[in-house]
Design a protein around this ligand. Structure first.
Ligand SMILES: Cc1cc2nc3c(=O)[nH]c(=O)nc-3n(C[C@H](O)[C@H](O)[C@H](O)COP(=O)(O)O)c2cc1C
Length: 167
């Protein structure tokens, strides 16, 4: 075996998970950012975790409000997701710049994309410093699903978005 770099390892573990972190900005607007550093951490109580760069607006928002919706992304969102992943909510209102169709769920004031197979309403329980990221450990308050929708994953590391198919 030969020693390789982190980004090469991420390409080998493709497809990687892809979720959209939906949060409320300080000005009340919705912010959405794609995240691949995502995992479940507990069944009972149901919990999940995701990691984001320390400067991210999404991180700032969930630390301030304690709330987020974590959703999967459907096929129609490929281009919007790449745009949301290359700009920060600190600089622009992404929903004005790149609008998409949104929906709401009872129990949360935060909207999330209409083209979504699965969404978690979460509450932040712990923020853990993890190198150049923060790891956000969350309770899952509610789970909703729409079986008719597809789920995008991140391929070639994080360069391409596509569905995954079983061999
Ligand atoms: C496919 C994909 C996966 C990404 N995964 C992560 C991730 O796991 N953690 C992270 O901090 N940023 C990730 N990013 C980059 C963030 O989405 C990007 O930094 C974004 O601008 C953050 O937005 P915000 O500042 O509005 O929160 C990913 C981007 C893409 C396109």
């Amino acid at each position: 075996m030969k020693e390789i770099k982190f980004n090469e390892a991420a390409a080998i573990t493709s497809p990687n998970p892809l979720v959209l972190v939906c949060t409320e900005k300080e000005n009340g607007c919705l912010n959405i950012a794609p995240v691949s550093f995502f995992m479940y951490t507990s069944v009972n109580p149901p919990m999940l975790a995701f990691a984001m760069g320390k400067a991210s607006n999404s991180g700032e928002n969930i630390r301030r409000t304690g709330k987020a919706i974590i959703s999967t992304a459907g096929d129609s969102l490929k281009e919007a997701v790449m745009t949301y992943g290359s700009t920060s909510g600190r600089k622009i209102d992404k929903m004005t710049h790149t609008p998409i169709v949104l929906q709401s769920v009872e129990g949360s004031d935060i909207q999330f994309p209409e083209d979504t197979k699965l969404a978690f309403v979460v509450s932040l329980t712990k923020t853990i410093e993890a190198g150049d990221h923060y790891l956000y450990l969350c309770d899952i308050d509610k789970i909703v699903a729409d079986e008719t929708k597809e789920v995008l994953f991140a391929w070639n590391g994080y360069a391409k978005l596509a569905c995954a198919q079983q061999k």
